[in-house]
Design a protein around this ligand. Structure first.
Ligand SMILES: [Fe+2]
Length: 369
């Protein structure tokens, strides 16, 4: 195994600690005078938005843009881009969950782009670097603050995929566990299982390196030890969970993912099940599928968790009230789901080479009970 990936990127500055989101605008002042703050509904509802905007020691000219909710789409991105260009923003700050961060990130990356977002969603390279992106997550889950991709859905084609470019990486990350204080219980569960899945898939990816393994194993350990506690209300578990999510994000950005993320997108666009929910219910089957191929890594993770990995995952799914959303449902467009899964970017990094029969087996487990 290589020590380092052939290439890896890390955010320029990462601030860690409760209350540090108040430093967001002071930090952003180094990147320009005009900024757009992208956020979700809850930030305004819980009074965090005015606190951020009031802490403006740099005399920045700020505007705010609220994501109305739901999984982010290219239509959302087009509206956000128009607002950011109209404001003549020098930087985009995203404070929110994965959807908000992915939108803010894509907006910053495509700020100077010559083509419409659809072109980059189809794989076109970004010709001109965008503007600075700063990220402060309010959920412990997607790892979006650590990665160079933005997952967006094209409503017209039902395609859910990433815009991926090195230029999308956040320059500034603020990991403030206080931002998780109002996170709904369902979101804690779904985001947490997404983060856990991402860390496992990076740790066992065929592109794993010593560095991504260090990050991924620590992420698994932090998330495994704190997810249920935070779900049950232990606020002290928020920071380790947030750190686990970030480290998992860094690791999968280096090592990529696996079959769970490969099958999630084709299922999400057909069944509209939240991403983290899908990850959680797919994970135990994917671990079974890969167990023989990952060698000592299964035992290594179990040792770090202090418990057998599959036993912990099954326990978490019960504890977080995440039974399969597919049980009893009809499987639609099976051949298309299989084809899209086998061809997915994430599936190609899976430790076991995934065949159509493997995906069919996984679908049987998900839909058959
Ligand atoms: Fe994910």
């Amino acid at each position: 195994m290589s020590v380092l990936p052939e290439k890896f990127l890390l955010p320029e500055r990462t601030l860690v600690g409760a209350g540090r989101v108040k430093e967001l605008l002071a930090e952003c002042a180094r990147y320009g005078r005009r900024g757009l703050l992208v956020h979700g509904r809850s930030l305004a509802a819980h009074g965090v938005l005015p606190i951020i905007l009031q802490n403006n020691p740099g005399g920045l000219i700020m505007a705010a843009w609220e994501h109305v909710g739901g999984e982010p789409t290219l239509d959302d991105l087009s509206a956000l881009l128009a607002a950011a260009r109209k404001h003549r923003a020098d930087f985009i700050a995203g404070v929110g969950g994965g959807s908000v961060l992915d939108l803010a990130k894509a907006c910053a990356g495509l700020f100077h782009a010559a083509q419409p977002p659809q072109a980059y969603h189809q794989g076109a390279a970004i010709e001109t670097p965008g503007i600075v992106f700063a990220a402060a997550p309010t959920t412990a889950g997607t790892g979006s603050e650590a990665t160079v991709n933005s997952v967006l859905t094209n409503n017209a084609t039902r395609q859910k995929k990433s815009i991926r470019d090195d230029a999308l990486l956040a320059r500034l990350v603020i990991l403030d566990a206080g931002l998780l204080a109002h996170c709904p219980q369902r979101t804690i569960a779904y985001a947490g299982m997404d983060a856990f899945t991402q860390a496992w898939e990076a740790f066992t990816s065929r592109h794993a390196t010593w560095l991504s393994d260090c990050l991924g194993l620590q992420a698994l350990s932090l998330i495994g030890a704190n997810l249920e506690a935070f779900y049950r209300g232990a606020s002290a578990a928020a920071e380790p969970l947030l750190l686990g999510s970030y480290l998992g994000g860094l690791s999968f950005c280096m090592a990529r993912l696996g079959i769970v993320h490969g099958i999630c997108h084709p299922l999400a666009v057909r069944y509209h099940v939240p991403h983290g929910y899908l990850c959680g219910v797919c994970l135990p089957h994917a671990v079974e599928l890969n167990r023989e191929v990952v060698g000592p890594k299964y035992a290594q993770v179990s040792q770090a968790l202090g418990r057998d990995l599959l036993e912990l995952i099954r326990h978490l799914l019960v504890a977080l009230d995440m039974s399969s959303p597919f049980r009893g449902q009809a499987l639609i467009e099976k051949d298309a789901i299989i084809q899209e899964t086998v061809g997915a970017w994430s599936t190609k990094a899976n430790p076991k080479t995934i065949t159509a029969a493997d995906v069919a087996w996984l679908l049987d487990r998900l839909f058959g009970g």
